[in-house]
Design a protein around this ligand. Structure first.
Ligand SMILES: NC(=O)c1ccc[n+]([C@@H]2O[C@H](COP(=O)([O-])OP(=O)(O)OC[C@H]3O[C@@H](n4cnc5c(N)ncnc54)[C@H](O)[C@@H]3O)[C@@H](O)[C@H]2O)c1
Length: 435
């Protein structure tokens, strides 16, 4: 039992909730979020991101009737969720897991991070530790967030309170690599605090931890993990463009090259979401502030951002080759989430494919059994359906590799003369085109 440690987790999204649930198996955790609807959903025992099952969430929830826990009570583990600042005021470990997006010009937006720092600053006490988990550029924790903590709390950094940075590596929708099973990089604002933060995570992360020498090293490590992925995917996307011109199947080439022991198994595709398609911009911006123009990082971003339009042009080309009339053609898009087997539609690049196809005056139907259709409408102004359509289509574009789509019988979806375009390269037979 850990009566001396009480944790607040600020931001209960894809990262914050699984982490809060995990810590709640050993400690008292208060999950704090400004989104009141999210708090009531979680307190009713449901997670709409589907990262934590209802059963697992309910097993740790502390009901309203039992919170605050009276001093000396034996109840020392569990999760209580709240939007009330007072409920996190007696915590001593604060973990910040709020979004770090980019704006329309791809510049980092630190507002949620700075607002969350203000929240924590308002309740910060001597001896507390604030750990940031959001993905940022090197320097964001110490140069952007710590000054906010200091000015709001009136306390002195590394004298009255301490800071850590421990990036999250979870992969939404992945039920195998869950938070406790992923080795976690940790760091602290002094060597002693580094050890303390490391021990803190080690107490729940079964895969173990890696204590980085400084906060900046830990920040940089996270941002390059995603940048490396982005650049590798950009390279295979470029290969796909080249091999399509040469009429060579890219997947066949990758499979052949993959027989070499050190060939990396990346696949072409759309790069969406709020990590791989966003984080490289954080590193790029910081590099530019130091007077360095990051050519490879930004070229990778440009290549990956161009893929939506490219996929649409390939679909249209394939239809024309089969003499299918483009104007008013009925096209079915399978999947609109940013990746497979999860309901997350934020920053999905499937919308780029749809927008480009609409430019050809085609009619689009979007089928995705995973999404909240209201969210798709609200975020993108697009109608989508969760039930498989009964109509037949001139083209079917598999945009997201949800497992459910691999079981579909395409003959019920396609007209006699039609196109099946497999963006993800997961279908085996009857495909007319793929990346
Ligand atoms: N989702 C992933 O796969 C993933 C993986 C690794 C790292 N990350 C990083 O983790 C961070 C969080 O990402 P996420 O996907 O969990 O975001 P998210 O949007 O799912 O969740 C963020 C939550 O924070 C809340 N929030 C926003 N501002 C707040 C504030 N000022 N105070 C309290 N709550 C606030 C929101 O209401 C939301 O519930 C980002 O930096 C992201 O890059 C995400």
């Amino acid at each position: 039992m850990n009566k001396e440690i009480k944790i607040a987790i600020i931001g209960l999204g894809y990262v914050g909730l699984p982490l809060a649930r995990l810590f709640a198996t050993k400690y008292t955790v208060v999950g704090f979020d400004i989104n009141k609807a999210r708090i009531s959903e979680l307190m009713s025992g449901t997670d709409t991101t589907l990262e934590v099952s209802d059963e697992v969430l309910q097993a740790v929830l502390i009901p309203n009737t039992q919170y605050p826990i009276p001093n000396g009570d034996s109840l020392t583990t569990g999760l209580y969720c709240s939007s009330n600042l007072h409920d996190i005021s007696d915590c001593n470990y604060y973990i910040i897991t709020v979004p770090t997006p980019v704006d329309k010009k791809n510049r980092p937006v630190l507002t949620p991070l700075l607002k969350a720092s203000e929240t924590v600053g308002a309740v910060l006490k001597k001896g507390d530790i604030v750990i940031y988990e959001s993905t940022v550029y090197p320097g964001a924790t110490e140069e952007d967030c710590v000054p906010v903590l200091e000015s709001v709390s009136g306390l002195k950094y590394n004298k009255d309170f301490y800071v850590g940075y421990s990036p999250e590596r979870i992969n939404p929708g992945d039920k195998e690599h869950t938070v406790e099973k992923i080795l976690k990089v940790t760091s602290g604002s002094t060597p002693e605090v580094g050890e303390k933060v490391n021990d803190f995570y080690k107490s729940v992360i079964t895969a173990g931890t890696y204590l980085a020498p400084t906060i900046k090293v830990a920040e940089a490590a996270k941002v390059i993990e995603n940048s490396q992925r982005d650049i590798n995917i950009a390279f295979v996307n470029e290969l796909a463009k080249i091999f399509n011109l040469m009429d060579i199947n890219t997947n066949d080439v990758l499979e052949a090259a993959g027989t070499k022991w050190n060939f990396l198994p990346f696949k072409p595709g759309l790069v969406g979401g709020h990590c791989i398609g966003v984080d490289p911009y954080y590193l790029a911006q910081k590099a530019q502030e130091y007077g360095y123009n990051p050519e490879i990082i930004l070229a990778g971003r440009r290549m990956n951002d161009s893929m939506g339009e490219y996929v649409a042009s390939q679909v249209i080309k394939t239809m024309i080759k089969k003499d299918i009339k483009i104007k008013d053609a009925e096209i079915l898009i399978l999947g609109i989430t940013f990746k497979e087997n999860c309901p997350d539609v934020r920053n999905t690049k499937v919308v780029d494919v749809i927008a480009a196809l609409k430019e050809y005056n085609t009619n689009i139907t979007i089928y995705d059994p995973w999404v909240n259709t209201d969210e798709v409408k609200q975020e993108y102004g697009l109608d989508s359906v969760k039930e498989i359509p009964k109509d037949k289509f001139d083209a079917v574009v598999l945009a997201v590799a949800h497992d459910k789509f691999k079981e579909l019988d395409f003959k019920y979806l396609r007209k006699d003369n039609s196109v099946i375009y497999d963006v993800k390269g997961v279908l085996n037979e009857g495909i007319d085109g793929n990346l």
